[in-house]
Design a protein. Structure first.
Lengths: 296, 257
């Protein structure tokens, strides 16, 4: 039982990185970015190939982020420069990335036994001492999730971060401030997708394999988590968005784990996620209609 | 000095809905002038402001600021020298951010938004003084989210933010139209004071003929993309709201409005 809880917590912490990415694109920029379904496996593909070729597992993470950043840049340029609608721009990049992922890592790439990942690398033993693998995974994913949470919190307080928040809040004002709204959107997508790709890379190292279909549904999964988190803390205005995303991610993974323990067929997971997501959106929009929530 | 020279603007060219708003329109606004623009709906008032700000592009002619053409500049580049306040108070501020954050953003206008700390703590006292001058009790609400303020408070803040950095022009696009009469009056008085104190060149589009007559140093009336009435100086001071209303009604009847 404890093992299951630890594993669900670990998953929640790892997927929190994906949720931060979606927080930026969906919540802050108000951009429904489907690139996510492509940049997530892209990060995994990059990290899997690099690790099997002997690159240090830690070093593969920033490289995966860079790859994700490029994917975000592509979507941003398609949307801003070619004036393609947000949803379509993401779909175009996502579709293209599917082939690119196949070219990078094939349809399946397991990380061979004996090859170290960040979770089994010797430096962890020096840091944490002799602890079990599942505990090492929990500690390391917690460190990564919290580190990026604080980095993002810090970033949102900088001038650039504030302007990014303003872009989703009121894009007219961004133009009035003599700043390019398009550049800010691209910056947001680059940041968001680099986080998503990082999450893909960590997931790949955790489960020791890449599969070309691992991206399917990640955007909806991440969004569901983010919205769960935002709903939980709706009444508490002092709770940071990143905290909401982190808690939402953990709650989501715990719920899913509980459902599987209760006998849910795992192949129905994505269907359940989609229904859950729809239910959250429907309840949200019903509440808005009822309450006449003033948000202009 | 702002010059609009021989502007042509056609919406939906080649379509059945084609509308020619301006065909050879010219206007010069000298520095320090406070120009009120009135005219019926569809006369081209807002199109004119949008053309000047670069929100839409003209099909012919040129726009000069201080003698330099700005036709090739994008809207956000032109915005460095222009402050704009919209009819909708929501467009001038960020609702999800606090007053302090909004003012900090406004003060950084035109400069790079880098990775230094965004909120200017050292400027809090200065911001407080600015807000106190508004007389709306906002000086104690620096950490309140702007979305929870009233329309009038938001418009006052938007006005403050638009004039916070040195600008060449203040563009007011029916900025009192969405406010109740009392609040509209407050905002008009504030506008007048800011324009005088900062010696701004201002262009105000309004449907309120009384404001157009009482405030500003020059009044023009637009109709079908032409200036049909233009008065300034002593003549403007002697102008009565009824005179403008009479002229307005005559022209509106002619064009069937």
């Amino acid at each position: 039982m404890l093992d299951v809880l630890v594993s669900a917590l670990t998953q929640g912490l790892i997927y929190a990185i994906l949720c931060y990415g979606l927080l930026i694109s969906y919540k802050i920029l108000d951009f429904p970015d489907l690139t996510v379904d492509g940049s997530f496996p892209l990060g995994a593909a990059v990290t899997a190939v690099l690790i099997t070729n002997g690159v240090h597992p830690l070093l593969t993470l920033p490289i995966a982020m860079l790859a994700g950043a490029l994917a975000g840049l592509a979507t941003g340029l398609i949307h801003v420069c070619l004036k393609v609608r947000d949803l379509l721009a993401g779909i175009i990049t996502m579709t293209a990335l599917f082939s690119i992922d196949l070219k990078i890592a094939g349809s399946n790439l397991p990380i061979p036994r004996g090859t170290d990942t960040v979770f089994t690398a010797p430096f962890l033993d020096r840091l944490f001492g002799p602890v079990s693998l599942s505990l090492k995974k929990l500690i390391l994913s917690c460190v990564i999730a919290l580190a990026f949470k604080f980095l993002l919190d810090l970033y949102f307080k900088t001038k650039s971060g504030m302007l990014l928040r303003a872009t989703g809040d009121n894009s007219v004002l961004v133009t009035s401030l003599a700043q390019s709204e398009g550049k800010m959107k691209i910056l947001g997508l680059v940041l968001s997708n680099s986080l998503v790709a990082l999450c893909g890379a960590v997931v790949c190292q955790e489960q020791r394999s890449f599969s070309s279909t691992m991206g399917t549904g990640q955007m909806v999964l991440g969004l569901a988590s983010v919205i769960i988190g935002l709903t939980v803390f709706k009444k508490l205005s002092f709770v940071k968005l990143t905290t909401a995303a982190l808690v939402g991610s953990i709650l989501y993974k715990l719920c899913i784990q509980a459902a599987i323990l209760a006998g849910l067929d795992p192949s129905l997971l994505k269907l359940i996620t989609a229904i859950l997501f729809l239910a959250i959106l429907a309840v949200g929009s019903l509440e808005r209609r009822k309450g006449g929530k003033a948000r202009a | 000095m702002l010059e609009v020279r021989d502007i042509r603007k056609i919406y939906n060219p080649g379509d059945v809905t084609e509308i020619c708003v301006f065909d050879g329109f010219s206007l010069a606004v000298p520095d320090g002038e406070f120009l009120s623009i009135v005219g019926s709906n569809g006369s081209g008032k807002t199109s004119l402001l949008n053309l000047i700000c670069g929100s839409i592009r003209q099909d012919g002619g040129t726009i000069l600021v201080g003698g330099e053409p700005v036709d090739r500049q994008k809207d956000y580049v032109r915005a460095r020298r222009i402050g704009r306040v919209y009819q909708n108070p929501a467009l001038g501020t960020c609702p999800q951010m606090t007053i302090l954050e909004n003012l900090s953003l406004a003060e950084g206008k035109g400069r790079p938004f880098g990775l230094s700390f965004g909120v200017r703590r050292g400027r809090i006292e200065y911001y407080r003084d600015l807000l106190r001058d508004l007389g709306l009790g906002l000086e104690d609400k620096l950490s309140v989210k702007v979305g929870s303020l009233s329309g009038g408070q938001r418009q006052a803040l938007a006005l403050l933010m638009a004039t916070m950095t040195p600008i060449d022009f203040l563009i007011l696009d029916e900025h009192t139209a969405a406010l109740d009469p009392h609040t509209a009056e407050t905002i008009m008085l504030l506008t007048d004071r800011l324009v005088r104190e900062k010696r701004l060149t201002a262009m105000m589009v309004t449907h309120n003929l009384r404001y157009a007559v009482e405030y500003g140093s020059r009044l023009i009336m637009l109709d079908k993309g032409r200036v049909v009435f233009d008065c300034a100086g002593e003549e403007k001071k002697a102008l009565k709201t009824e005179d403008v209303l009479g002229l307005f009604n005559r022209i509106s009847v002619e064009c069937g409005n």
